[in-house]
Design a protein around this ligand. Structure first.
Ligand code: PGA
Length: 253
């Protein structure tokens, strides 16, 4: 059985106080409302990881994630955050290769392969993002591009290691735009990604990897998306900043 995951990427939003309030509300509501088998991942900005961890405590179905990491273990990289630092706070997930990192910070396949490898080496779970921009989809090249993103950053991993990766398919044209991929567009791409993994590794490996959809996931569309055979949850941006909306999404499995 693949893990069902609702991950909330706060991006560069909230103050410490707003973040604490948001996390507290999510934790309290989720306790009563969200099925135990659904894994919630709260992904606040780096400076608030410790404070959010303190609120999460030992709640077994709520994990903490970071939005990025540096690929090196330590050293003279002013302003960067290492995986060991993230680990030492008690975070268990790291988002790797979000389209905003690819676009604004020039992160490429090779760098993302290193970050993924280093995250796994530390025993943490990478949430590896892939997805095409609108012009690529309009040109009909979206399958080719996503296959390349996945292959170039993940296919050097062993079967045992790639099973520990969570993949998030996030079409860039759907992120923060209010335009969601239709359930059939999401399912089609998720099935394609799983098939690529099956071809490279085997069915058993492909079938054990959770593939999340991201891009304008909202309470109103989450249930339809999550009901797709190959959609195992969501990576939620904007709607994760509203506790009621995010918990409603986490209830949509
Ligand atoms: P969105 O962001 O839900 O605001 O579209 C998704 C993401 O970037 O992960």
């Amino acid at each position: 059985m693949r893990k069902k995951i609702a991950a909330g990427n706060w991006k560069m939003n909230t103050s410490l106080q707003d973040g604490q309030q948001l996390a507290s509300e999510v934790i309290n509501m989720a306790k009563d409302e969200v099925k135990g088998e659904v894994q919630i991942v709260l992904i606040p900005p780096f400076p608030f990881l410790g404070a959010v961890k303190a609120l999460v405590g030992t709640a077994s179905n709520i994990a903490l994630g970071a939005q990025n990491c540096h690929e090196e273990a330590s050293g003279a990289y002013t302003g960067e955050v290492s995986i060991d630092m993230i680990n030492s706070i008690g975070a268990t997930h790291i988002v790797i290769g979000h389209s905003e990192r690819r676009e604004y910070f020039g992160e490429d396949h090779e760098l993302l392969a290193k970050k993924t490898r280093a995250t796994l080496d530390a025993g943490l779970t990478p949430i590896f993002c892939c997805g095409e921009k609108l012009d690529v989809r309009e040109a009909g090249d979206h399958f080719k591009l996503v296959a390349e993103q996945v292959a170039k950053s993940l296919f050097d991993l062993s079967a045992e290691d790639i099973k520990k990766v969570v993949i998030a398919y996030e079409p860039v044209w759907a992120i923060g735009t209010g335009v969601t991929a239709s359930a059939s567009q999401a399912q089609e791409m998720h099935a394609f990604i799983r098939k690529e993994i099956a071809n490279q590794y085997n069915d058993e490996t492909a079938n054990s990897i959770s593939i999340l959809y991201g891009g304008s996931v909202k309470p109103g569309n989450a249930a339809e998306l999550f009901s797709c055979l190959d959609v195992d949850g969501g990576l939620v941006g904007g709607a994760s900043l509203k506790s009621r909306d995010f918990v409603d999404i986490a209830k949509s499995f």
